[in-house]
Design a binder for this molecule. Structure first.
Ligand SMILES: Cc1cc2nc3c(=O)[nH]c(=O)nc-3n(C[C@H](O)[C@H](O)[C@H](O)COP(=O)(O)OP(=O)(O)OC[C@H]3O[C@@H](n4cnc5c(N)ncnc54)[C@H](O)[C@@H]3O)c2cc1C
Length: 447
């Protein structure tokens, strides 16, 4: 292979880092292959455990893996990708540390840029909601919960207390349900153990979904079972309903209901990054990148796309693969194999096909729901399966050890209720002063 081949991977998430790991192995002793990876954060984020950071069960550093630790023979750029030029085979990046714009040329390009939160056209919701996408988001939610508990414990105005203790999550998919399961447990246990003056009767946990039942990915039976369990532990599930507006202290639903609350978490949709959606190539539903059965862009044989930003059809069902970490990991194997074949001059490529062996989700402490090899399972057994599987999928041994230690500590001790870093939102102060003047005086009355 006399000529130097440049491979550029865009995105350091599930798709990007798994392609990186595979191609580094395949081209181990090949000096003529140069690999670069670009991502805006310098770490890989293990999203399935993000709700557990929001609930304080594990630490943010347990699920963030420095990308450089995975770059055995690749160059890493921490930068924002601003554009991709297919014609000149160039990617323009803006370096995070100095804002300098830089162009990277490539022979082969892998696009694995995931997705962003979709707020549709709800500007107020975008302004007032928390999201659960990054590690900062999870820390901000954790801080907000502690902030609400501290303030609710110091007021005797019952209406204000109720408002502080009302939490709304919009979105009945994995992210919304797992986050609800986690924070419901944190809030109820904290009130019971550390904030008795709040009173559990003042807690209101609400999960809003536009579908008939939550977790449609798991099918109606398991979805309904998950709903039944959450209701049993005090979650109010509002189905067939959308949130359409929000302010500093309310959420409005499309059935006319207005929920007075200080915390809204939005987990109701994703949208493709503008860098990807504006590319001049074939796009499918939601502007995702359309790829062929080898995961290459149509008309661009040197470009592969995978993960949440790609539209990939399951050949046996004709349905598109859902955006999951599991699918991204499996797609990365096909991309790496085909890239290797193309670079080494092999003509036969591998078609992508993957049948999921199972799906599962946690619903709070020691409870999960799963379908594995078609067998439905719930409760503690499903929770053990969930833990074993997701722990084994964490890319580094040291992180598995850290998470296992945090989980063990949770069995033995009560949750940590300290703020981590700054509180992201300042709404509480604003609301106290503008619309709850009596409550602000009242806030410190009992101290
Ligand atoms: C809270 C939560 C819980 C989840 N739970 C599960 C679960 O239990 N099971 C499951 O299978 N899936 C789960 N998912 C979904 C899973 O995280 C995604 O399907 C998966 O991450 C998709 O992989 P990806 O490589 O396509 O994208 P990502 O993993 O999102 O990676 C995209 C990468 O591209 C980078 N990037 C994006 N745009 C730019 C840019 N312009 N410049 C530079 N870098 C950029 C990002 O920083 C990121 O590193 C969950 C997701 C969330 C948010």
């Amino acid at each position: 292979m006399p000529q130097i081949k440049k491979i550029v991977i865009l995105g350091g998430g599930f798709g990007g880092i798994n392609v990186l790991k595979s191609i580094q192995n395949k081209f181990k002793n090949e000096p003529n292959v140069r690999i670069s990876l670009v991502s805006k954060d310098n770490y890989f984020l293990y999203t399935p455990m993000l709700p557990q950071v929001a609930s304080g069960l594990i630490h943010p550093s347990d699920i963030t893996i420095p990308i450089r630790k995975l770059c055995k023979q690749a160059k890493f750029y921490q930068a924002e990708i601003s554009s991709i030029d297919f014609k000149h085979k160039l990617v323009t990046i803006t370096r995070t540390f100095d804002g300098k714009v830089h162009a990277l040329d490539y022979d082969y390009l892998i696009i694995a840029l995931g997705s962003n939160t979709n707020f549709y056209d709800y500007k107020n919701i975008k302004e007032h909601a928390f999201v659960i996408k990054t590690v900062e988001d999870a820390i901000a939610i954790h801080n907000q919960i502690i902030n609400m508990l501290e303030n609710a414990a110091q007021t005797s105005d019952v209406n204000f207390k109720k408002k502080l203790m009302t939490f709304v999550i919009v979105g009945g998919g994995f992210a919304g349900v797992e986050t609800m399961g986690e924070i419901n447990y944190l809030i109820r246990e904290s009130v019971k153990n550390f904030y008795p003056s709040i009173g559990v009767e003042n807690i209101s946990m609400n999960l809003v979904t536009s579908k008939e039942f939550i977790l449609p990915e798991l099918g109606p039976n398991l979805g309904k079972d998950a709903g039944k369990y959450l209701r049993k532990v005090g979650v109010n599930i509002i189905t067939n309903t959308k949130a359409i507006d929000a302010g500093e202290n309310f959420v409005q639903l499309d059935n006319g209901e207005i929920i007075p609350c200080m915390t809204l978490i939005w987990a109701a949709g994703t949208v493709i990054d503008p860098v990807v959606s504006s590319l001049k190539c074939k796009h499918g539903k939601s502007r995702k990148l359309e790829v062929d059965k080898y995961l290459r862009l149509a008309d661009h044989e040197n470009i592969f796309a995978l993960g949440d930003c790609a539209l990939i059809t399951n050949p046996s069902t004709g349905q598109t693969y859902p955006p999951t970490a599991q699918n991204s990991i499996h797609q990365s194997k096909t991309v790496a194999d085909n890239l290797y074949s193309v670079i080494t001059g092999k003509t036969i490529l591998r078609e992508f096909s993957f049948e999921s062996k199972g799906m599962m989700t946690t619903l709070g402490r020691r409870v999960a729901i799963a379908v594995v090899y078609g067998i439905h399972c719930k409760g503690s057994l499903a929770w053990l399966i969930w833990r074993t599987y997701y722990l084994s999928m964490l890319p580094m041994l040291e992180k598995r050890f850290q998470v296992a230690t945090s989980w063990t500590a949770d069995l033995l001790f009560k949750r940590d209720l300290t703020h981590v870093g700054k509180i992201k939102r300042k709404y509480l102060t604003k609301v106290d002063i503008s619309s709850n003047t009596s409550s602000i005086k009242d806030l410190f009355k009992d101290l």
